[in-house]
Design a protein around this ligand. Structure first.
Ligand SMILES: Nc1ncnc2c1ncn2[C@@H]1O[C@H](COP(=O)(O)OP(=O)(O)OP(=O)(O)O)[C@@H](O)[C@H]1O
Length: 288
């Protein structure tokens, strides 16, 4: 379990912002942090990773103090991995080289093959990052972060530079590694559909304080499904295309096509009643 109780005075263009956060994250939980720009989400992740010092408070991971009154464990000694929106790969190294660079001397290198396999990048092992798509680069970045088998994975909007279909595919990879590596995962995202797909629990931060904390359905309630439009309808078709799966939903006499994830595909049948909603042109679908 990760216990976080931190206080930090931040300075923004609009004045000072007091970050005052207190929460626990259970082992194996997928916790999503959401909130408006400038709320303090990235600063929170940086404090957990040891890249920014809180003014006061405690950070305790599995009963090991990482930060406290007289404790401040170095970032490289905190057993956590951090992935940002930018892929930050070494451009002069191959995919495999990038992964090997992260390997500790004492570690067996079988983890490299395991990760190349899980992230489906075996065929790219000899390529350099600039020969890869954004989605492939982020899979390599994720694999590299997992080489040292962290118990805690911190993700700061890792998919926001990708287009919608690639984002949905990468969400599936995140789910897969979260389960296979029994990771405790804390992910910052602005995207409500991403939060709904991935989170066991969502914490919403506003101006440095936690304003909501609960299961996705409790936190978003109807809000996540009350975007620019919201319809109820019936699934009339589910089509697998090359990279995507598309559900066709009949709403009145209108047919609406929605991109769905692999897990949504498994859960949906023709004839199911669903809600289709959209925020920022990213339609989501929810079985009712
Ligand atoms: N090292 C720092 N010292 C003081 N203030 C900082 C520091 N880093 C960031 N800030 C300020 O803290 C505020 C919160 O920034 P933060 O990046 O944590 O927000 P955020 O919620 O992640 O925003 P976004 O969604 O836009 O990335 C910002 O106004 C920023 O200018």
């Amino acid at each position: 379990m990760l216990e976080v109780k931190v206080n930090k005075l931040l300075s923004s263009a609009e004045g000072q912002l007091e970050l005052d956060l207190d929460f626990k994250c259970q082992a194996g939980e997928f916790l999503v942090i959401s909130g408006e720009s400038g709320a303090g989400k990235t600063s929170l992740l940086r404090m957990i990773a040891g890249l920014m010092n809180p003014d006061s408070g405690n950070i305790i991971s599995n009963q090991e103090p990482w930060f406290g009154h007289k404790t401040n464990i170095k970032p490289q000694q905190r057993n956590c991995g951090l992935v940002f929106q930018q892929y930050a790969l070494f451009p002069n190294m191959t995919v495999e080289g990038n992964l090997r660079y992260a390997l500790k001397k004492s570690q067996a290198d079988s983890i490299i093959e395991e990760l190349l396999d899980i992230m489906e990048i075996k065929g790219l092992r000899n390529q350099k990052p600039n020969q890869l798509s954004g989605g492939q680069q982020q899979r390599v970045a994720l694999a590299r972060t997992l080489v040292q088998k962290p118990k805690l994975l911190l993700l700061d909007e890792p998919l926001s530079a990708l287009d919608r279909s690639m984002r949905i595919r990468l969400q599936e990879y995140l789910k897969k590694v979260h389960q296979q590596f029994e990771l405790t995962t804390i992910m910052v995202t602005h995207d409500p559909s991403e939060a709904l797909r991935l989170a066991d629990r969502i914490i919403e931060i506003e101006k440095g304080n936690i304003t909501k904390d609960g299961k996705p359905t409790e936190v978003f309630g109807n809000k996540s499904l009350s975007g620019k439009f919201q319809f109820t309808g019936a699934v009339v078709d589910i089509q697998e295309e090359e990279l995507l799966c598309i559900a066709s939903v009949l709403v009145g006499n209108q047919l609406i096509k929605v991109v769905i994830s692999d897990s949504e595909q498994k859960n949906l049948r023709i004839g199911d009643e669903v809600i289709v909603a959209s925020k920022a042109f990213n339609p989501i679908i929810k079985k009712i």
